[in-house]
Design a protein around this ligand. Structure first.
Ligand code: URA
Length: 269
C-alpha cells in the first residue's frame, strides 16, 4: 500500500483535509529562492509614474526600508499616490499597482470599508483570510468583535472608515515585511489625507508603530493621544489594542474599553 498513487477522489479528499486544517498556500517540495528571481522588476512594475516626485507629506518621511525583490521603490509609490484626487482614483490606482509583492498571492484588494465622510478612521495591520476573500477589512472574527466595540460607543460602519496599513493579505497571515509596508504606506497616507478624519485610531501595535513611527510597544502606547500630521491634514490620533489580541486576551478588554470611552469623548459624543 505504501507509496501507491492516489486516485482522484483520494487527492480531492486530501485537499479538503488540508483546507479544513487551515493550509491555504501551496508550496513545492523544493525550496525556491524568490529573491534570486528577477521576474518582477521594481521600477518597471509601477504602471504610472509622475515625472516629478510629489513633495513628501509634512513630517512623514518614508520608513527607511530596502525595497524587497518584488516591491517597488516607495518614492514611485509616493508620486503615484499623490496624483490621486479622490478615493475612487486611489482605489483604482492600487488595483492597477503591481509594485507590492503581496498582491501576487492575494485574492482581492482590501481597500476600505465604511463611510469616507466619517469623523473617525481606523487603521488595522493587514487583511486576513476572510478579508482577502471578501475584499473588505475586518469582516472575520476580529472584525465582528470590532463591530461590537464600536457599537458600545454608538458607532457602526456607517459612521467610521476602516483601512489597513497594507491592502493585500500577507500569505499565511504573516507580518508584512518592512519593504511591503514602505511601498504601501504612501497610498495609506493619501487615503488618510482624502478622508481627512478628525480622529485616527491605530488598531494594534503594528499599525501604531507604522503610523506613529515608533518602536514603543502597544501596551505603553495605547490610550496616549497625539496630534498627527499627514500631508496637509492634522488630526487627533490614538492607538488601542487590536481586536484579534482581545480575542486571545479577553482580560485586556478593560483597557480597550477605556480607550473607546476616550475616543467617544474626542469625537464630542
Ligand atoms: N486584522 C487586521 O489588522 N485587519 C483586517 O482587516 C482584519 C484583521
Amino acid at each position: 500500500m505504501a507509496n501507491r498513487q492516489l486516485n482522484r477522489e483520494e487527492i480531492l479528499a486530501a485537499l479538503d483535509w488540508y483546507v479544513a486544517a487551515g493550509v491555504d498556500i501551496a508550496v513545492g517540495e523544493v525550496p525556491v529562492d524568490r529573491f534570486a528571481q528577477s521576474a518582477i522588476k521594481p521600477a518597471a512594475s509601477v504602471r504610472r509614474v509622475l515625472p516629478t516626485p510629489a513633495p513628501q507629506p509634512v513630517g512623514r518621511p518614508a520608513p527607511a526600508a530596502a525595497a524587497g525583490a518584488t516591491d517597488a521603490d516607495p518614492d514611485q509609490a509616493r508620486a503615484l499616490a499623490a496624483s490621486a484626487g479622490t478615493l475612487d482614483q486611489l482605489r483604482e490606482m492600487l488595483a492597477d499597482f503591481d509594485g507590492c509583492g503581496l498582491k501576487l498571492r492575494a485574492t482581492n484588494l482590501v481597500f476600505a470599508d465604511g463611510n469616507p465622510e466619517a469623523d473617525i478612521m481606523l487603521v488595522g495591520e493587514a487583511p486576513g483570510r476572510d478579508e482577502d476573500l471578501q475584499g473588505k477589512p475586518f469582516v472575520g472574527r476580529s472584525g465582528q468583535l470590532l463591530d461590537r466595540m464600536l457599537g458600545a460607543i454608538g458607532l457602526d460602519r456607517t459612521k467610521v472608515y476602516i483601512a489597513n496599513t497594507v491592502p493585500w493579505r500577507p500569505p499565511g497571515n504573516r507580518t508584512p515585511s518592512p519593504s511591503e509596508v514602505a511601498v504601501c504606506l504612501p497610498f495609506l497616507y493619501r487615503q488618510i489625507e482624502l478622508v481627512a478624519p478628525k480622529v485616527l485610531v491605530a488598531l494594534g501595535g503594528a499599525s501604531a508603530s507604522t503610523l506613529f513611527e515608533t518602536d514603543t510597544g502597544i501596551t505603553r502606547l495605547r490610550g496616549q493621544w497625539r496630534d498627527l500630521t499627514i500631508g496637509a491634514h492634522t488630526m487627533r490620533a490614538v492607538a488601542t489594542l487590536h481586536p484579534a489580541y482581545l480575542l486571545r486576551q479577553p482580560a485586556a478588554k478593560r483597557l480597550a474599553w477605556q480607550d473607546l470611552l476616550s475616543i467617544k469623548t474626542a469625537l464630542g459624543q
